[in-house]
Each structure stands twice: as C-alpha cells, then as structure tokens.
Ligand binder design. Structure first.
Ligand code: IVH
Length: 674
C-alpha cells in the first residue's frame, strides 16, 4: 500500500523543519522554539515514520538515535591522508616557520595567515554525497581510520544533510574535516553522573570524547554530549573558495559548525599577538584548547608549499606551555599502598591547572622530599602537562613560614599503627602488617583493576566501604557478596548494583596470567606474571615451584623468585587461593606452551596509545613471543601507531611496513586477527 502524498509531504516538511531547528539550536546557538515545541515536531515525525516504515530514511533526524551496535569498526582508508601538524615550542620556532614559508615561496613580502584555536579533541572526516552524510570516520593513523558513521550521526551539531548556499546546491561530493570534542561543562556533568553510578570518571574531556565516539553501540554515543567544529576539507567534487577564511564561511553556509574564535593575520607579528589573546582567553572558553594552529590563508600558496609525509608545510601548531599554578601545601600525608609501601603525598589547596582541579601530588619517598626540601605550609608551583600526573616543580622557600619543620616519615603506619620499616638499600618505607586495612583496600582495588580481573565499577570508594564494614577482607570475599550488601553501600542503586554483580560474576572466567598478576605479589607485574604462567601453567605448579625452579626460569631474578616463594609459603595466601577456587574463579588453563602468536614478529611503537603505556604494550607483545624494536627497518613486521605518531610512521609508510591502529593491535593481542 502506498503512502498518501499528504503524509509524504508532511514527513518531508517535518524533517526540514526539525533540521532547521537543530541547526539553530546546536550550531548557531539561537533557538527559535521551546524544547516542548521541538519535542512535539520530533514525536510527530517519529509517529509518522513508525506508521509508514517505507518512509524511513538514513538522513531523517530520527535516525540520529543510533543504529544497531557494531561488532567492530570497519577500517576506512582516507582518500587524502589526514596529516598531523608540526609543533613550535616557542616564538623563535614560529619565526623560523614564517621565514621558511617565505623562503619556499620565494617572496619577501609578508604572508597572511588564518589563526585558529587548536581544539583538544579528536579529528574526524565526514563524507557528503549529493549533500547527504554517507560516512564518518576517525583519523586513525592518518592513512586508515575507523568507520564511526552511526556514532557521528548522533552528534546533533553534525548536519545529516548540507544546506544549499545562496541558491546553489552543495558540492556533488565533499569530505569535510574537523574536531569532535566535549565541552567542559558537559564533561563535568557526565563525570558526576558516572561517579554517581559507580563508574570510573573520564580523566579529561578529550578522553571522554574519544571514548564516547568509539562506542560500538551508537545508543551510548547518542547519550553523550559531543560537539564538533569543522575547519578543513579532503577531496572535493565541486568548487570551493580560495582561502581558509572563505572556506570557513563556505562550510558554515553549508550548515556545518565552525569556530567563530579565529583571526586573519596579515603577518606573523599579528599571529603572535593573537596567540597571547588565546592564552588569556583559554580558561574562559567553554571547550579545551591546547594552543593555536596557524595556517597559510591562500590555498594557491599552500599548493606550492606542499607537505612532508607527516605534516603540511603551510601550517604549524603553536602549543601553550605546560600549565603551572601556584598553591599551598596544606599537609603532607603518608599514603599506604597495597604492598605496604608508604608514599608521602602533598595535600594541596585545590587549584585549577590545565583544565582540571589538582588537590594532591605524589612526593614519591622520603629521599625525594628531602632533596626538594618540601614542607607542609610551603607555597609551591605545580605543573601538569597533558595527561601526566601533576608534580611539584618548585618550592618557594623565600616565602616559607618560620617554624615550618622538615617532613619525617611516621614511625607508625597511619592506617593501622603498626611498625614502619625501611628495608636496607630501598628508598621505600613499609608498614609491616599484612592485615593493615589500607593495604587490604589497595590489594582489592588492584585485584579488580583493568589489567588484572577487570571488574568494572569497583572503585576505591566502594572498596573502602566494603573493607570498612568488614565484608571484604580478601579478594575471594568479592565473590560472596550479596546484592543486599551492595545496595547498602553509598552510590549504588538497583541498576548499578546489578552491573557490579555482573562484572564480578564475569571476572570468574579469566586467564592464569591475569589472576597471577591480580594477586599482587610484590615485584610481579603483568609481564612477569606472563613469564611465570608460561613456565608454571597452573596455580598448583607455581605453588610447588622451588627457589631453584624459579630462578632457573629466564627473566626471573633472585628478588622476584624470593618474593613469589614467600607468597606461596604464607598460609593465609594459600587459603585465599583455595577460597577463590571455591568461588569458581577458574583461570583458563595454560595448556602446553602459552599462546605464542607473535613469535618471530618485530613491532615498533609510535605515538600515544589510549589503553596502554608504552611498557604495557611492550609487555603484552613479549608475552606472546614478539619483540619490540626502537626503530623501523625492513625487518619490522608491524608499526603500532597511536595518536600523534612520530617519524616512525613516516618511515613505515616509506618502507611499506604494515601499520596497525590501536584497535587492530588490541585485536591481534586478543588473537582475533593476524
Ligand atoms: S588543521 C594537516 N585545525 O590537531 C592537518 N587541526 O596535530 C590539518 N586540531 O589531527 C589540521 N584543532 O586533530 C587543524 N583548528 C585546527 C585544529 C586541528 C585541533 C588537531 C587535529 C589534527 C591535530 C594535528
């Protein structure tokens, strides 16, 4: 049965109307109707589409809520590589950049630039065909990204359809590039709600944006407040203007969201002045930026300048210095870790640095405190660069209050009052009591952590409460928790309680190296756990291992051997293992030799990975028999490229070495691809 023409045209006009209001609201920030009026239009459209499914269309505003979850992301090769930008560290390097541009262009006259804020998000490419959004992808390694179309469609400021421009239709095909980010306020709201549900908060808006965009279930992305600004194009069929300034207006006319904060600069001095303005504006902007991008304005000049395999010669990123702030040390606390190690931590008068509030900074150990001569009450300068842990870079001893005493490690553990000792030759002080509640809490927290048993939703606060109430003393107790008890904790409701129970349940099925790492044996990190699990394929084998068996294993030194031996000689620990077994925690037996999928393969790592530190990535490769090399050569099998990859990526492309995105790398580790 065909749909009456009247309905057809109503649907069409509703779509146009809703997209117009989306644009007014999400792009121009100038709504013309109330939320209720908008909802009514939206529901009417949903209703009609439900009654006439043949009218459904991928570019309908209702299609934004997300399609079915993807099993994995499909790789997308960018038709023109998405390059990165060269960095300038200081004004001197900016002067050099400007001089090189002029030299390459063979001119002495000033070159005009367009300066834009450098957004701290992740770059994406949108492809519009006949004005309709057909594909959206992440930058990936610049050559190949991931197809995240369904997710990008949920971003309200991204038009599903481009608008006509002064009566002229959009280009036949256009690839648009820009940055997806999360506004600071939205980030704060999201994290508060996550914490309320016992979920781990995101470290910063960039991670939140990246994590949200790379969800396999678009419905999750749809619920995240993502936004985007567009600033460039890839391949275009159709004509585009001749300068960056005009291109931005062009994109805006097509209905794309463009940052209004930008400036055309007639020469470098103007650009440097604008950089100063951006720096002072930085903390007031609703989104995070980490510098300025300076681009030669004229496209014909860009053409002459060209690009290296990494970055265009016509643009440069001038990054802000690592942010520093002055604050006061309120107290120096002694924090007890899972192995009993006691770490001095500066408790700070909370201060905003680089977009986050910092209220603690580690001081590492007594020697470090002595060396920097840090005392409670001191005025200090804290620095935070990128995602790194904040550190104290300077103590203002000139303004020290008279009578401020040097800090001394306490003789008694602050958590349990037991003796604190410093082992000969070690920088660390330790609490001698294995049953110390602080140690118990940290051990459980470690047990649940991502590279151990990976129990999502079991944060420090929750563990703390479980330990304080006496419900959990050892990791095995987690598996005997009841729903009543979980619901009795702060921060848990029906749904989040179920989620936690499910996460605990799921963790029963694990691997022996993970379980071994999770036990938290001193000196046994995930790499060592992998070696031990290969040599001693079951808990029983390891329990029986003598000191000689252990030291006879390649990669296991006498210190580790001692530590492992001592652990398995301790009656308490054996009881925990028994109870874990009773709880049904069954490590997948390492039958015969462990997986050696990567044997004989050489990897080179470049750029920052989201899910691992460099060391962790290296360990995982080595666990599977692979090797990690420092530089790329013809013998390299794979280059793993994270964000902001270095010249190693360039070299890999040049030598034709296979480049893996982080996702492809993870799949390889999990044995899901070759
Ligand atoms: S233009 C050829 N403009 O910075 C590269 N990039 O380090 C052209 N970025 O991957 C990029 N704000 O994710 C450009 N206003 C801006 C930007 C910007 C942030 C990011 C982008 C790119 C990275 C390069």
């Amino acid at each position: 049965m065909s749909v009456p023409e009247k309905i057809r045209s109503e649907v069409q006009s509703l779509r146009r109307e809703i997209e117009r209001h989306n644009h007014l609201y999400y792009v121009l920030d100038k709504p013309e109707i109330t939320d209720e009026q908008y909802d009514r239009l939206f529901r009417r459209l949903q209703d009609l589409e439900e009654r006439h499914p043949e009218l459904r269309a991928p570019d309908s505003p209702t299609a934004r809520v997300g399609g079915p979850p993807a099993g994995q992301f499909t790789p997308v090769r960018h038709s023109i590589p998405m390059l990165s930008l060269a960095n300038a560290m200081d004004e001197e390097e900016m002067v050099q950049f400007d001089a090189r541009v002029k030299r390459l262009l063979g001119r002495e006259a000033a070159v005009a630039y367009l300066a834009e804020p450098k957004l701290d998000g992740l770059s994406v490419e949108l492809v519009y065909e006949g004005g309709v959004l057909v594909r959206g992808s992440t930058r990936g390694d610049g050559i190949t990204g991931e197809d995240v179309t369904a997710n990008l469609k949920t971003v309200r400021s991204i038009p599903l359809k481009l608008k006509a421009r002064k009566g002229v239709g959009p280009p036949a095909r256009i690839e648009v590039r820009g940055e997806i980010f999360m506004a600071r306020k939205d980030f704060g709201d999201l994290n508060r709600s996550r914490e309320g549900q016992g979920q781990v908060p995101f470290a910063n808006p960039r991670n939140a944006a990246a994590g949200s965009l790379r969800q396999l279930d678009p419905a999750i992305t749809a619920a995240r407040p993502l936004d985007g600004y567009f600033y460039g194009v890839g391949e275009v069929e159709g004509s585009i203007p001749g300068t960056q300034g005009e291109l931005l207006v062009f994109l805006e006319d097509l209905g794309l969201k463009v940052n209004q904060e930008r400036r055309r600069c007639r020469d470098l001095p103007e650009a440097l002045e604008y950089f100063g303005r951006l720096a002072s504006l930085r903390t007031d902007l609703p989104y995070e930026i980490d510098g300025m991008v300076l681009k030669v304005d004229r496209f014909d000049l860009r053409e002459i300048l060209g690009a290296t395999s990494r970055s265009p010669r016509w643009a440069i990123a001038y990054k802000f210095q690592a942010e520093r702030a002055t604050t006061v040390i309120l107290d120096i606390a002694a924090q007890v870790g899972r192995t009993g190690k006691i770490t001095p931590v500066a408790v700070l008068e909370p201060v905003r640095v680089g977009g986050v509030t910092v209220s603690r900074a580690t001081l590492h150990n007594q020697d470090e405190v002595d060396r920097k001569d840090i005392r409670a009450g001191d005025t200090v300068i804290v620095q935070r660069a990128g995602d790194v842990i904040p550190e104290i870079v300077e103590v203002r001893t000139d303004s020290r209050k008279p009578g401020a005493a040097p800090w001394r490690m306490p003789d008694a553990c602050p958590a349990c009052g037991s003796r604190v000792v410093r082992v000969e030759g070690e920088a660390a002080h330790r609490c001698v009591n294995m049953g110390c509640p602080a140690q118990v809490r940290e051990r459980i927290f470690h047990f649940a952590s991502r590279h151990a048993m990976d129990i999502d939703g079991l944060g420090r606060k929750t563990v703390s409460q479980l330990v304080d109430r006496g419900w959990v003393e050892t990791p095995a107790d987690l598996y005997f928790l009841t729903k009543e008890r979980i619901l009795d904790l702060d921060l848990f409701a029906e749904k989040s309680g179920d989620n936690l129970l499910e996460a605990i349940e799921n963790s029963r099925k694990t691997t022996w190296p993970r379980l071994l790492y999770a036990l938290g044996i001193p000196l046994v990190g995930s790499h060592i756990a992998g070696i031990l699990a290969r040599r001693f394929p079951s808990p029983e084998d390891l329990k029986k291992a003598s000191l000689e068996d252990l030291t006879g294993t390649e990669g296991i030194g006498p210190g580790i051997a001692q530590s492992v031996r001592a652990f398995f000689q301790e009656e308490k620990n054996l009881r925990i293992l028994d109870r874990l077994e009773k709880a049904g925690v069954l490590p997948e037996a390492v039958n015969g030799p462990a997986r050696q999928d990567l044997a004989g393969k050489t990897f080179v790592l470049t750029g920052t990975l989201n899910g691992f530190t460099r060391d962790e990535a290296k360990e995982r490769i080595e666990d599977l028999g692979g090797k990690v090399a420092r530089s790329v050569s013809r013998r390299t099998d794979f280059v793993v490229a994270g964000t902001d990859p270095g010249s190693k990526l360039e070299k890999a492309v040049e030598l034709g070495v296979r480049v893996l995105t982080e996702d492809e790398f993870v799949k390889m580790l999990e044995g899901k691809s070759r």
